[in-house]
Design a protein around this ligand. Structure first.
Ligand code: NDP
Length: 588
């Protein structure tokens, strides 16, 4: 029956209740946010990002043998990528199209894939529709198996891209870049690594991802736990076994209830003797519209179907004349109120869904998120909520406080000791440090991190004045999309065009002019000042855990369409935005 078919709620719910209702929900949102900010005034530094000493084990690659000794590499390539995930793979494909032959990926993992190399936890999947998320489907003549792809299929696709574009040949795995310095005389980057390499490259592309380094909450006694423990991005299958049968007789705990935990918990609940889920803030869980790809639909897809689909998605939504007139007649306050009410309505539908699915009333209440949808990454899952109906699964609601103490037996909350065999950290990653992880020394030896100390300064989030031939993908001051590969596609095409321009004009380098950089910084500032949405959100990585941020130290909020338009404008008028080997070219 059509009315019984569940559909994702998204932001389509219409506000139909009295304004008092929406106002009271917003007051509750503010209380819940303030509670969390009071518990954690230390913002981003509540986490530890340097996993060294006793914590080093949480970062060890569990998927590959330790690296074998090898001779240092001392050669020169045209384009060098730091990181081998989708950003590098996509951009490499575009670079091949403009004729670049010498491409090297330098990657910490033992293969390409980035996020999809590291994250192999049970249940891993992507919440963006596979036909949009998985790039280069036309080029590889591949159609995803399902509406939403699982981790292994996406990882295999990454490997297929690397094979198709011949990227394994020069790739250097299990290698971490330690410094990248510009040599003005040679007009080349010198790249050093933890394996003693000293490579040179004409262009360097920082493609080290937005969620790269696993982080841990600074919890008293974390190191004292005597049971087994690991981070979700370094899943220990040697311990759990691939079918998780190793957990059959184990009491398992998981800290964190973000997008990763939402996917892993159903598998853990089904496999473990007992499972304790330690929750600080619940995620919003919407219906996931899963189905296998219809072979009839797939058969009818013509050449270039994904490119056409992407083109449609990049087109700005059009309003009718009537809609435009009504929108223009509304005051700014009215527009905001309507948006907020619709958002609250959507969240109330998420709450109703919890009530329908979760049998225990107290557990259902605990699982209800009290913040605007999109304050945290929205989740889509059909088994997460039902997992809490299992007798062996226990939600430990810490009411915003979180776990602050761990003993040798396991976490303690509210004076109660939880004795565990295994403790899994689903506490997330350091965010958007791409481009600033390692020492990057530009013209005059200035470290990029030092330049950013007084505020991030870029053109389009991709280039920064004083760092010729350096490109940053997925960094700050760029647009931030739910579908990460949308951004990589747009930036990859732009980067390939910049490289092509330099090559085709017999040049050696390009560098952003200070004026072009200043223009973009002001664009970012202007668009980030328009709403208080971020400040009003519950803390999380989307709003830097509630920390104050200079307006320029975030993402470009002018929208993806506008961002792509600016990328096009710049590449159509390169001469107006760059100098070339220190010289200005005049535009035609
Ligand atoms: P997140 O940063 O989203 O989540 C970390 C979790 O740890 C939060 O629930 C946080 O609570 C909790 N936490 C931290 N410290 C404590 C503590 N002391 N006690 C209890 N809980 C604590 O990390 P994820 O790995 O879940 O996700 C990261 C991102 O990766 C996602 O947002 C998404 O972009 C991507 N991803 C996408 C997926 C998809 O497509 N479905 C799947 C997986 C990941 P609090 O909320 O209170 O801060």
């Amino acid at each position: 029956m059509a009315e019984n078919i569940e559909r994702p709620i998204g932001l389509t719910a219409k506000p139909t209740r009295p304004q008092d209702f929406y106002d009271s929900v917003k007051r509750k949102y503010a209380e819940e946010r303030d509670l969390r900010l009071k518990y954690r005034p230390n913002g981003l530094s509540q986490y530890t990002y340097e996993l060294t000493g006793e914590l080093a084990k949480y970062e060890i690659d569990t998927y590959a043998e330790p690296p074998k000794p090898r001779e240092p590499i001392n050669d020169a390539v045209e384009c060098l990528f730091i990181g081998g995930g989708f950003s590098a793979l996509l951009t490499s494909a575009r670079l091949r199209e403009v004729g670049v032959e010498s491409i090297r990926i330098v990657e910490r993992g033992a293969d390409v894939g980035g996020t999809w190399y590291w994250n192999r936890y049970p249940g891993i999947s992507c919440d963006v529709v596979a036909y949009d998320y998985m790039p280069l489907l036309d080029e590889l003549d591949y159609i995803p198996k399902d509406h939403y792809a699982g981790g292994p299929e996406i990882f295999a696709h990454c490997q297929a891209i690397a094979r198709k574009y011949n990227l394994y040949e020069l790739a250097t795995f299990q290698t971490t870049v330690t410094s990248t310095s510009w040599d003005a005389a040679e007009q080349l980057w010198h790249v050093e690594t933890d394996r003693g390499d000293h490579m040179k490259a004409r262009f360097v592309i920082c493609a080290n991802g937005i969620l790269t380094k696993p982080k841990l909450a600074r919890i008293k006694g974390l190191e004292s736990f005597k049971g087994h423990s690991f981070h979700t991005s370094r899943w220990d299958y040697a311990y759990t076994k691939h079918d998780l049968s190793g957990l059959e007789d184990k009491v398992v705990g998981i800290i964190g209830t973000g997008a990763t935990a939402v996917q892993a918990v159903p598998k853990l609940g089904a496999a473990a003797k007992e499972l304790y889920v330690f929750q600080r803030t619940p995620s919003s869980i919407d219906f996931r519209d899963e189905w296998p790809t219809d072979p009839n639909w797939a058969r009818k897809l013509g050449t270039g179907w994904q490119a056409q689909r992407r083109e449609r998605a990049r087109r700005e939504p059009q309003m009718s004349e009537d809609q435009k007139a009504r929108y223009a007649a509304m005051s700014a306050e009215e527009k905001l109120r309507r948006q907020e009410n619709a958002n609250v309505e959507a969240m109330m539908k998420i709450h109703e869904r919890i009530d329908r699915i979760v049998k225990d009333k107290a557990t259902a209440e605990s699982l209800k998120p009290w913040y605007m949808l999109m304050c945290k990454r929205p989740c889509f899952h059909n088994e997460y909520l039902p997992t809490f109906n299992r007798p062996n699964v226990h939600l430990v609601d810490t009411h915003g406080k979180g776990i602050n103490e761990i003993t040798e037996k396991g976490p303690v909350f509210d004076g109660k000791q939880y004795e565990l065999d295994v403790l899994i950290y689903a506490t997330g990653f350091e965010v958007q440090k791409t481009g600033t992880y390692n020492l990057i020394k530009g013209v005059n030896g200035l470290n990029l991190n030092d330049k950013y100390r007084d505020g991030v300064r870029t053109l389009l989030g991709v280039q920064s004045h004083g760092y010729p031939n350096l490109f940053i993908m997925g960094g700050l001051q760029a647009s931030f999309q739910f579908n990460f590969t949308d951004i990589s596609q747009a930036q990859g095409e732009y980067i390939a065009d910049c490289v092509k321009y330099v090559r085709n004009h017999g040049l050696q380098s390009l560098d952003v002019t200070p004026q072009a950089e200043e223009w973009w910084v002001q664009e970012v500032i202007e668009h980030r000042g328009k709403t208080n949405f971020n400040q009003e959100c519950t803390p999380g990585y989307y709003n830097f855990e509630g920390e104050f941020q200079r307006r320029q130290d975030g993402n470009y909020n002018g929208g993806f369409f506008q961002y792509c338009r600016h990328l096009n404008e710049v590449r159509e008028r390169m001469e107006d935005h760059f100098t070339f080997g220190g010289k200005t070219l005049t535009s035609k």
